[in-house]
Design a protein around this ligand. Structure first.
Ligand code: ADP
Ligand code: MG
Length: 284
């Protein structure tokens, strides 16, 4: 049985930050793996043409593999492209192939182009297992850094946003723009969307700068920022080249334990959801 709290309905997250290299993909796959390790059913949707999440989860994703492209562009049911991740029971992925790099342009002329992923997920939500349980407790969508139609599809499909923040000098730059964009999506396309979770990544507690950035983030977003922080860890960065998350690559490492702590906090919040971060930012 689950050692983490099971949500009453599927929680759908997207990982957002317009900066590249801040740990979006690493957070998506490792939080997902940690939640699955805690006994929950978790799906990662790789919504980035780079396919980094697919690599990290050890998914087949060579050209021609049924992928999220087929779901978003050709109405293929999500269940036709989902693959189980070998290493961790309960962990599944929908891969991205190189095809997805064309989707951004193909979407432009499509009807209801912002809603394609949401509709695919909704169709899948009706699916129940033999115990009438929803198939997934968590769905986590990994996005490219740009705010194109793929990312907008993720914002429309999700209810909660996780923002990973790298504790460095420019960390907060761009954050207010991201929050504005989320506010726009909320106003026009998805009233339920809110920033529920902020995770400090690549955190080096020995440096003053990292501690200062962390303090500032916590001051602006006291309810959203997880107590757990993710340290900079070689094991975390090595794991993807073995098609693994750090949870199996080195289960006892500080990185694995940090992601488990973060996932446990996220799961515990299923009962008491955190409200939007955007209002607080604007008042400060
Ligand atoms: P994004 O998806 O935002 O572009 P990634 O998750 O791909 O960022 O991370 C960027 C790089 O940093 C990758 O090489 C990744 O392995 C590395 N990385 C991410 N988190 C950590 C960490 N906590 N410690 C060390 N390296 C990390
Ligand atoms: Mg990425």
């Amino acid at each position: 049985g689950a050692t983490f709290e099971k949500p009453s309905e599927t929680r759908i997250f997207t990982i957002a930050n317009q900066k590249g290299g801040v740990g979006k993909t690493t957070t998506a796959v490792n939080i997902a793996a940690a939640l699955a390790t805690g006994g929950l059913n978790v799906l990662v949707i790789d919504n980035d043409p780079q396919g980094n999440a697919s690599t990290a989860l050890g998914l087949e994703h060579h050209a021609g593999t049924p992928s999220i492209y087929d779901v978003v562009i050709d109405d293929v049911p999500l269940s036709d492209v989902i693959q189980p991740c070998e290493e961790i029971p309960g962990l599944y992925g929908a891969p991205a192939t190189i095809d997805l790099s064309g989707a951004e342009i193909e979407l432009v002329s499509m009807v209801a182009r912002e809603n394609r992923l949401r509709n695919a997920l909704r169709d899948h939500m009706d699916w129940r297992d033999e115990n009438d349980e929803p198939r997934f407790d968590y769905i986590i969508v990994d996005c490219p850094p740009s705010l194109g139609l793929l990312t907008i599809n993720a914002f429309v499909a999700a209810r909660e946003v996780i923002i990973p923040i790298q504790c460095e000098y420019y960390a907060l730059e761009g954050l207010s723009q991201l929050l504005k964009n989320i506010e726009l999506i909320r106003g026009h396309l998805n009233p339920e969307l809110h920033v529920s979770t902020i995770l400090l990544t690549m955190f080096d507690k020995r440096t003053n700068l990292a501690r200062e950035v962390a303090a500032e983030v916590r001051q602006h977003f006291p309810a959203q920022t997880l107590d757990a922080t993710i340290p900079r860890s070689v094991r975390i960065s090595e794991a993807p080249s073995y098609g693994q998350t750090v949870l199996t690559y080195d289960a006892g490492s500080t990185g694995a334990l940090a992601y488990l702590e973060a996932a446990k906090e996220i799961a515990a919040r299923a009962a008491t959801p955190v409200e939007s971060a955007t209002a607080e930012k604007e008042n400060s």
